[in-house]
Design a protein around this ligand. Structure first.
Ligand SMILES: [Zn+2]
Length: 374
C-alpha cells in the first residue's frame, strides 16, 4: 500500500514536472521569437548600437544558441569592434557539435573580420575552408573573391568571380562578370610588369570583353597594347578609357600623351583627343582633353569648353585660363590653375580620396566609382 502511494506521488510529481518544463520551454520559445522580431525591426531601422546591446544580453541568457553569437559578431564588425567579432567567431568555431550550416557562417564571418583588418592571407584561409564545406554558398564565394583581390591574387579572384557568375542570375551575374573583368585587368597589369606580354594581352582582351564599360579595364588594355608595340590598338583602348571614365580622364590622357611623345605619335593621339572633345558633353572629360588639345589647337579646346561651361564652373574656369594664357596674363592664370586643382578625384559613394588609386576605392572595395568634386 505504502509502495503504491509512493509510486502514485512520484508519478504525479514527474507529470507535473514534465508539464512545467514544457510550459517553461514554450515560454522561452515565445520570448526568443519576440526578441528576434524586435531585433529584425531595429536592424531594418539601422539601429546597430541598440541591436548590439540586446544581443549581448541575449547571449548571456542563452549560451546554447550559436546564431545569436554569430549575429552579435556581425554587428560588432559593423560597429568597428573587429577584435571582439573575431574572438566570438573563434569561440563558436571551437564547439565540436556545431551544425555545418553555422560552421560555414562562422568561417564566413571570421573571413570578413580578417578582411576588415587587412589580414588578407588569413581571410583567404578561413573563406577557402567555408567554401569547401559549402561550395554553393554565393556569399562565401563573393567574400572569397574580394579577399583574393585584396591579397592581389588576381587569377584566383577571377576564378572565384566566375564561379559566382555561374550560380546567380540577372544583375548579380552581370556584376560578377564585371568583377572578373577587373580581376583580369589587374592580372594583365601584373603580367605586363613581369614582362610576360603574351599572357598580359590575353588577360587584357578578356578583361575588356567581360567589363566593356570599364575605364579601368581599357586603361590596362592600352598599357599592354603599348608594351606589345601595337600603337593602333593602344590608341583605341586609351580613347575608350578616357571616354568611359571622365573622372579619371586627366590621368589617362597624360599617360597616352607621354607614350605618344616617346613614339612620335602625337598627331594620331591629338586627332583622337580632338574627336572626343568635339563629341563630349561631359565637363570633366572636356577639361582633361582641353589641357592637351590647347597645346596645338587652342580654338578647338576653347570651343569644347564653351559647350560645357554652362553646366560646370570648372569648365568655365578652364576657359578663362585658356583665354588668359593666350593674353599672357600669368598671374591670373596661376590663380585659375590653383582653383582647378581643387577638383579632387573622390569615390562617388563614400567620398574617399582616390588620387592614389584612381580606378578603385579602397574603402568600398569597388571599381570605377570615381567622380570629380570641388
Ligand atoms: Zn568609396
Amino acid at each position: 500500500m505504502i509502495v503504491f502511494v509512493l509510486a502514485f506521488a512520484a508519478g504525479t510529481a514527474v507529470g507535473v514536472g514534465i508539464s512545467y518544463t514544457r510550459w517553461l520551454r514554450q515560454r522561452a520559445e515565445e520570448g526568443a521569437l519576440r526578441l528576434r522580431s524586435r531585433l529584425l525591426y531595429e536592424l531594418a531601422e539601422g539601429d546597430l548600437e541598440q541591436v548590439g546591446d540586446e544581443l549581448e544580453q541575449a547571449c548571456e541568457r542563452e549560451t546554447a544558441d550559436p546564431s545569436l553569437f554569430l549575429a552579435l559578431a556581425a554587428i560588432d564588425r559593423e560597429r568597428q569592434r573587429v577584435g571582439r567579432a573575431k574572438s566570438i567567431h573563434r569561440t563558436v568555431l571551437a564547439s565540436e557539435d556545431l551544425p555545418s550550416e553555422q560552421r560555414v557562417a562562422a568561417l564566413l564571418g571570421l573571413g570578413r573580420d580578417l578582411l576588415r583588418e587587412g589580414n588578407e592571407r588569413a581571410a583567404v584561409g578561413a573563406l577557402v575552408r567555408a567554401n569547401s564545406l559549402s561550395p554553393r554558398s554565393v556569399a562565401t564565394l563573393r567574400s572569397l573573391a574580394k579577399a583574393l583581390e585584396q591579397a592581389g591574387a588576381w587569377e584566383r579572384a577571377a576564378a572565384a568571380w566566375e564561379r559566382v557568375e555561374r550560380q546567380v542570375q540577372g544583375r548579380a551575374a552581370r556584376d560578377a562578370k564585371v568583377g572578373r573583368g577587373h580581376a583580369l585587368a589587374e592580372q594583365a597589369e601584373a603580367f605586363r610588369r613581369a614582362g610576360d606580354e603574351k599572357r598580359a594581352r590575353k588577360s587584357a582582351e578578356r578583361a575588356t570583353t567581360l567589363a566593356p564599360d570599364s575605364p579601368h579595364a581599357w586603361s590596362m588594355r592600352a598599357r599592354v597594347e603599348a608594351a606589345m608595340g601595337d600603337a593602333h590598338e593602344a590608341m583605341i583602348a586609351w580613347q575608350r578609357a578616357w571616354e568611359l571614365g571622365p573622372a579619371q580622364a586627366s590621368g589617362i590622357v597624360e599617360e597616352a600623351w607621354r607614350w605618344a611623345d616617346r613614339q612620335g605619335r602625337q598627331a594620331d593621339v591629338m586627332a583622337r583627343m580632338l574627336a572626343s572633345s568635339r563629341d563630349t558633353s561631359n565637363a570633366a572629360l572636356a577639361i582633361a582633353l582641353a589641357e592637351r588639345v590647347a597645346l596645338r589647337h587652342p580654338e578647338q579646346a576653347a570651343a569644347s569648353l564653351e559647350q560645357v561651361s554652362t553646366t560646370s564652373s570648372f569648365a568655365q574656369l578652364a576657359l578663362i585660363r585658356l583665354r588668359l594664357r593666350r593674353g599672357q596674363r600669368d598671374q591670373a592664370r596661376e590663380a585659375a590653375l590653383r582653383a582647378m586643382a581643387e577638383a579632387r578625384l573622390v569615390c562617388g559613394l563614400c567620398r574617399d580620396d582616390l588620387t592614389d588609386t584612381p580606378f578603385r576605392c579602397e574603402r568600398c572595395q569597388l571599381w570605377d566609382t570615381g567622380v570629380r568634386e570641388a
